[in-house]
Design a protein around this ligand. Structure first.
Ligand SMILES: Nc1nc2c(c(=O)[nH]1)N[C@H]1C(S)=C(S)[C@@H](COP(=O)(O)O)O[C@H]1N2
Ligand SMILES: [Mo]
Length: 244
């Protein structure tokens, strides 16, 4: 066991620990073989550690500034100004499809917080910049029956969800920039979700769909035991809340 293992450090909520363990085993059977790092050459070095890190299917890259690049799929198509699209639909009056140019033309918000992965690594004071999710929801006209928002990704696998109240927070962005640069492909560019107050698994990379729904549909990692309400320091992660 290494320090990467969340169960060892959780210290509370044994049922949750068991859920994560079961998730790890299921993932070992179903997912790890198919999941590969975005960059080649890391597999052998990281293979053993990856088995012990439910959200750590890929690993630390030299020069990544403390970030790890995660993807639950083996490869993700690159998208840019010509072919990137973000659809907004579901329980809204005005469904829409945004190009990168349209997103860039909207008012941008820049936030600086610590990034905190649920498995323990943290990157202090990281800038994210983009369009407030609340602005896109307001533009779409959320219907009164709506309760939640589901996010889908052009990797074809990952998903996330927030309650409508969480989604409307001013520190939740549809991010176009990270570390004061356009979000790179490895970090989920050209557009990723950024949920500042929650563990980084909530910040879906390669964002392609925003669907307003009548109930929360647990996202990818949440089916393996992590909390849908992934507040840093208050959910089943193992770390203290970062300084903001
Ligand atoms: N589409 C997609 N989004 C994702 C993930 C993923 O595997 N696929 N991993 C999540 C997890 S567990 C973390 S910690 C962060 C990692 O972001 P990074 O690769 O930019 O460091 O992305 C989150 N969003
Ligand atoms: Mo993570």
């Amino acid at each position: 066991m290494t320090s990467e293992h969340p169960i060892e450090h959780e210290g509370r909520g044994a049922p949750v620990g068991r859920r994560i363990l079961l998730g790890t085993l299921a993932l070992g059977a179903l997912g790890v073989a198919a999941a590969r790092p975005l960059q080649d050459g890391l597999d052998s070095a990281l293979g053993a550690a990856s088995q012990k890190d439910p959200t750590g299917l890929t690993g630390l890259l030299p020069g990544a500034g403390g970030f790890r690049y995660y993807s639950v799929t083996g490869s993700v198509p690159a998208k840019g100004p010509d072919d990137y699209r973000l659809t907004v639909g579901g329980l809204v009056d005005r469904p829409d499809v945004y190009s990168l140019a349209r997103l860039r033309a909207l008012p941008q918000t820049r936030l600086v917080h610590d990034v905190q992965c649920v498995t323990g690594w943290r990157v202090p004071s990281t800038a994210f910049e983009g369009v407030r999710l609340s602005a896109l929801l307001d533009a779409a006209g959320v219907r009164p029956t709506a309760k939640a928002v589901r996010f889908t990704c052009f990797d074809g696998e990952y998903s996330e969800s927030l309650t409508l109240a969480q989604a409307r927070r001013s520190d939740v962005l549809v991010a176009l920039r990270m570390q004061d640069k356009p979000v790179s492909h490895a970090h989920g560019g050209p557009v990723r979700l950024y949920v500042a107050p929650m563990y980084f698994y909530k910040s879906a990379k390669w964002l392609s769909g925003i669907t307003v729904t009548d109930r929360v549909e647990p996202g990818y990692w949440e089916r393996y035991g992590y909390d849908v309400d992934g507040w840093v320091g208050r959910s089943n992660g193992r770390d203290d809340a970062p300084t903001v």
